[in-house]
Every structure is written in C-alpha cells, then in structure tokens.
Design a protein around this ligand. Structure first.
Ligand code: UD1
Length: 420
C-alpha cells in the first residue's frame, strides 16, 4: 500500500487545474445504462472509483472505453445482476439499481457494504423505487427489484439528515423511463445532481425544476446517446484552497466553478483567507493569520460534509477555539485522532468537534481512514513542521487524481513511497 511522505512548512504557490467531479461522473456513468446507444463523457478524472465503476458497467455487459479523460460507453446488451464482489467496494455503485430496473424491468444488485463514516442506509432509495411501483425483495444480501414498467408517483425523499444525493440520482434516473409524471420532493440540490439531470436531459429525458428541491420528471419511452462534459470537482477545488490557506501561500484554481463553492469560500473568508475571481479562475490567498470559525455541515448550498475534515485541519492552525458540527454523517471524525497525533487539541462532544487551535503541528506517521480524512492529513503534513508519513493513500486515489503531482507543482515537498 502506498504512502505519502511529506516534508512540511513550504507555502504553496502557483496554478492548479481542477479535474472533473468524481461525485458527478459516477451517477452519470450509471445513467448510460438507460440507453442502448453510445454515450460520450468528457473531463473524466482517472480515479480508482471511476475504474471500479467501469468494471461494474463491463460486468453488466456494457462496452467501455476510457482514454485521455474521455469515457465512451455503449450499453446495448446488458444484464441486471450487480455482484457483491464489485458493489461492496464502492457505495456509489448502488445507483445502478434505478437505471437497471427502469430499462430491464428486473434487476438484482448486492446491498452495498458498511462504511467507515457511518452506517449509510439505502432505505430512501428503496422507498423511492417502491413508490414507482417496483416490487422489492431482499434475500441473501441482494435486492431484487421488479416492475413490468415503473409508474410515475409523488415521492418525498427527505430523510433524517435531509435529502439524499445518490438516492435522488437513483430515483431521478428510474423516473425518466417510467410511465407518467414523477414528482420528487426534498430532492438533493447538489451541483452533481444538477449535472446528472442535465446529462439525462441531453439523452432526451423530460425534467423540470433542476437544481431545486422539487424535480418533475415526465417519463419517456426511450432515451438516446449523448456527449457531455462533467462539471469541475468542487471538493478538489476546496481541498486545494484549504491547502493554500493552511500553508500561508497563494494558489490559482483553474476549472472550478466559484458558484459551487459559496459556503466554503464564505467560511474561508471568515477565517481570514482571501478569494478573488479572475477571468475564469479563482485565486486563494492566505491572510496574515487564520481566525477560528464555527461551521455546521449541511446539504447544498450549506457547508459540505466532504470539506469538514479539511476545514478541521485549518482550524487546528487558527489561534482560538472553533466548533465543527457534523450533521450529515455520524462517525465522520476519524481524522481528529490522527490530527491529534500531529499535536492538535481536539475533543469530540456528540456531533461536534471542539478545536483549540494555534498549537504548531509537527510531523508524525498517520493513517488515512477515508477519502476526505486523508486529504485533511495531507494538508496538516504540508502545513506542519518536519516529516509526516500519510499511510494508506489508496483512499485518496479514490477521489483525487495525481494529488501529489499537483501539489509538487505548487512547491510542496511530497512523494509517493511504498508503505504499510
Ligand atoms: C454522496 C456523496 C458523498 C457525500 C454525500 C453527502 C457520492 C458518490 N457520494 O453520498 O461524497 O459525502 O453525498 O453530501 O456522490 N441516508 C439515509 N437513507 C438513505 C440514504 C441516505 O438515511 O437511503 C442518509 C445518510 O445516512 C446521510 C444522509 O442521508 O446521513 C445523506 O446521505 P447521502 O446524501 O445519501 O450520501 P450519498 O449519496 O451516499
């Protein structure tokens, strides 16, 4: 398993190109199962999660070609069985269920496994499919969904923690081929859901209310092939912004959409970090000192849970106390214990982390526990003194394309080595 070896203390300076969004491309890949025609998807990041999804689509019978950031997928003859060995590796793969049952009238897909950041149930996905008329049975770890043809319905998809991103994607995809009109209430408004809805519209789907909590879908008989460019990854952009701020540097982000980053930029501003929009780019400039800020994660357009860990690293460097409250996933504070190994003072009280910042971070070996936690540890290593070894960076490779190369181009002293 690879590790990153980081020699900290160098401010990051320069330009960085933000890649296509991981969380947008995964459901878009699943959506290609809705048509027998060829779909072309551009600006696709080369990530291990994308490679997993390619394997899943191939196991269903789709022909997939992936080169130079472009995916060409033709799902002309497919079967509807999603094997446990593939599905368990990536939770996002659950969003093949909706398209498969809509296209094939029957699908059997493994239940996804647990996850380090919480139990992550799929009850809302199943509630939505049942409302569309699918008969669902769960047996030996598999969900079997059957429906001669799905039927439009009024569906409330809000859960305990608000809307569900992949649940909305799953039901939206299924509804495009249903008979009649589907109203999805409390739909997720994340830019990645918007990108999926735009992709589906370009395939011939009839969707209104895109970007709002109420999506109206009028089912069509069939969808056709399309050509689509994926939006920039707002979480990758936010991560590089946090790295620039933590190291006291100045970084120009290219290919990110500032309008998708409003909540993150607002908190950075409160923390004393400057952000300027300049001709299609976004410049992030560290201020003279970081200030503590309180933040609560929320569904979009609120502060994203996928930026919570990176913000925590930043708050370890700000003089004073900040309170970070996680409202989307329970147990998403695994990074706190590792940050404490670097010298941070953090205590967890229920859904909140109390960060007493301002103590210098100093290098140590740390263990990455999930994707965004790993990013937080890399930022801490870059900002701290001495050498930090971040083990198990395969978590990072799931969601950041060539992170160490991009950071090196900004002046970071980071290398990939064989590790534990
Ligand atoms: C997606 C993102 C993930 C991000 C998360 C929240 C992808 C591939 N992953 O995950 O990076 O952190 O959105 O922005 O896009 N819930 C239920 N029942 C369900 C489904 C979800 O109770 O059936 C709960 C979850 O446990 C959680 C909350 O709803 O508390 C939000 O989860 P959800 O939006 O579904 O996350 P994902 O779509 O899995």
């Amino acid at each position: 398993m690879d590790s990153f070896l980081i020699h900290g203390g160098t401010p990051l300076y320069g330009d960085v190109q933000i890649g296509g969004s991981k969380n947008a491309v995964l459901p878009i890949m699943a959506a290609t199962l809705l048509t027998a025609e060829t779909c072309v998807i551009r600006r696709v990041p080369d990530l291990s999660d994308v490679r997993f999804m390619v394997k899943i689509l191939e196991s269903l019978g789709a022909e997939v070609h992936f080169a130079g950031g472009t995916l060409t997928i033709r799902a002309s003859a497919i079967q509807g069985f999603g094997d446990y060995e593939l599905i368990r590796k990536m939770r996002g793969s659950i969003c093949i269920l909706g398209p498969l049952v809509a296209r094939l009238q029957t699908a059997t897909v493994s239940l996804p496994g647990g996850c380090i950041i919480g139990t992550r149930p799929i009850d809302l996905h199943l509630k939505g499919l049942a409302a569309l008329g699918a008969k669902l049975t769960i047996d030996s770890g598999y969900i079997r969904a059957e429906a001669p043809r799905l039927k439009g319905a009024i569906i409330f998809l809000g859960g305990r923690a608000g809307p569900t991103v992949l649940g909305t994607a799953n039901i939206l995809m299924a509804a495009t081929l249903a008979d009649g009109v589907t109203l999805i209430e409390s739909a997720a408004c994340e830019p990645e859901v918007v990108d999926l809805a735009n992709f589906l519209s370009s395939m011939g789907a009839k969707i209104s209310g895109i970007g709002s909590p109420t999506l109206t879908v009028t089912g069509v008989e069939e969808l056709h092939g399309t050509d689509h460019e994926v939006i920039g990854d707002r979480i990758e952009a936010g991560t590089f912004a946090a790295a620039a701020a933590a190291t006291g540097g100045e970084v120009v982000l290219h290919g990110a959409r500032p309008e998708h980053l409003t909540a993150v930029l607002d908190k950075l501003h409160e923390a004393g970090v400057r952000a300027e929009r300049t001709q299609g780019a976004l410049t992030i400039k560290a201020g003279s000192a970081l200030r503590p800020v309180d933040v609560t994660t929320m569904p979009y357009p609120g502060f994203p849970t996928d930026m919570q860990a990176q913000l925590m690293t930043l708050m370890c460097l700000a003089s004073g106390t900040s309170v970070i409250t996680e409202r989307i996933f329970e147990s998403r504070f695994m990074h706190a214990a590792e940050l404490m190994r670097l010298g941070a003072d953090i205590s967890i009280e229920g859904p909140s982390a109390i960060v007493k910042g301002g103590r210098p971070l100093s290098g140590a070996p740390v263990m990455a526990s999930d994707l965004r936690a790993s990013a937080a540890l890399v930022i801490a290593g870059l900002a701290g003194r001495g050498d930090t070894r971040v083990n198990r960076v395969y978590h990072l490779d799931r969601g950041y394309e060539k992170m160490e190369e991009k950071l090196r181009r900004l002046g970071a002293k980071i290398e990939r080595v064989d590790g534990e």
